[in-house]
Design a protein around this ligand. Structure first.
Ligand code: NAD
Length: 357
């Protein structure tokens, strides 16, 4: 009887088509959205997939733009937008991870085009109305309902090729969204249910996915969990963990999913004493764990994921700078954010020590 019953719940419009083989329904989704000329977007390593998707949808595709890059550099967004305009595109299909979907969002923002997303990682961008653009090493982000995909096709067959290491860290990245949703200032009972179920699904599926990347039932369960975690990200305001990862990625250019994986157990350990209901939910989701932060740390070790910021390329003398950034502007967090607390948390994350409060 302890769950908060005073809340505001604002759901985002969402159309999700999920299951092995649903890529075959992409043409119908494009038609239902009223789109006639779509540009297919993907990252360079996934050009073959982008071309296969264009072939699948036939005359609806006006081209493939295989130039999505991490954190959406503004010049790459401009080039993609220009290409869409030249080709007379009335929409985009973004196939890939957060980079391809982020590029689609940038085009949606600048040219008011609808996007359909076909995610192939667990990052969750397709469930949010948050866009990001990077210029002169500075990433600007904002919220705009126009960047939310009109339809999302989750086909786990497309994730079979995601390498074990990327699957592990992308899955931990998804779990981080649900963890912070559980203690968000705008948390609500619906989101709590989605967060707990998302973490449960990923915690069960990821070890099986890492053991055998071709395990389709495990891939299906992982993507189901990633959808729920992404929806939590889209519906709530993130706190300390996401702030730290944003600072580490933006300032030091550390890799996105790996940074989330390393920081998450430490940020959660810091917040746990001030978030008992989130701890209870996560405990249930993680098989009855009394200390979810340690359980996530153990999960990451089991998945053979990176365990320290040092191995991601961060210098120890960068810690103070990140602490300054974490304190620079106020944001909601269950536990008061202090310089000493964040410095300790980051020092442990840097050295690869186990999490403590
Ligand atoms: P990503 O899209 O760059 O993908 C990582 C790598 O994996 C790329 O090289 C890609 O080509 C490859 N890849 C993707 N799917 C694959 C597959 N199935 N098989 C083989 N290789 C595959 O990275 P990401 O982690 O998915 O996304 C990170 C980006 O998304 C960051 O820029 C982050 O800021 C952004 N993001 C934004 C939001 C938001 O709400 N706006 C949410 C989450 C992440």
């Amino acid at each position: 009887m302890s769950q908060a019953r005073t809340f505001t719940y604002q759901s985002l419009p969402m159309r999700v088509v999920m299951g092995p083989g649903v890529l075959g329904r992409l043409a119908d989704e494009i038609d239902s959205a009223g789109l006639k000329r779509v540009l297919v977007l993907c990252s360079p390593p996934q050009q073959a997939l982008g071309e296969a998707v264009a072939e699948l949808i036939g005359h609806r595709a006006v081209g493939v733009h295989p130039h999505a890059r991490m954190h959406v550099p503004v010049e790459s967004a401009t080039a993609a937008g220009d290409r869409a305009a030249e080709l007379g595109a009335d929409g985009c299909v973004a196939v890939g991870g957060g980079s391809a979907i982020g590029l689609g969002k940038a085009i949606a923002l600048q040219h008011d085009l609808k996007i359909i997303a076909v995610p192939t990682t667990y990052a969750g961008s397709e469930m949010t109305s948050v866009w990001g653009l990077t210029e002169n090493s500075h990433k600007r982000t904002g919220k705009d309902p126009r960047v939310l995909p009109v339809s999302v096709l989750y086909d786990p067959e497309l994730t079979l090729s995601l390498p074990a290491a990327a699957s592990a860290t992308s899955g931990m990245n998804a779990i981080a969204h649900a963890v912070e949703a559980l203690y968000a200032p705008d948390a609500s009972p619906v989101i709590n249910l989605m967060a707990e179920e998302g973490v449960r699904a990923l915690a069960v599926a990821l070890p099986a996915v890492v053991a055998n990347g071709r395990d389709l039932p495990a891939r299906t369960e992982a993507q189901y969990g990633a959808w729920l975690c992404g929806a939590c990200l889209g519906a709530t305001t993130m706190s300390l963990h996401h702030k730290l990862c944003h600072a580490l990625g933006g300032t030091l250019n550390l890799p996105h999913a790996e940074t989330h994986t390393v920081v998450l157990p430490h940020a959660l350990a810091y917040n746990q004493p001030a978030a008992p209901e989130a701890v209870a939910s996560l405990g249930r989701a993680l098989g009855g764990a009394a200390d979810p932060a340690t359980a996530l740390w153990d999960l990451a070790r089991h998945l053979d994921a990176p365990g320290s910021l040092r191995e991601l390329g961060m210098g120890e003398d960068d810690i103070d700078h990140i602490v300054e950034q974490a304190l620079a502007s106020p944001y909601a967090n269950p536990r008061q954010v202090t310089a000493e607390g964040i410095s300790g948390l980051l020092s442990r994350a840097w050295a690869g020590e186990p999490p403590t409060a």
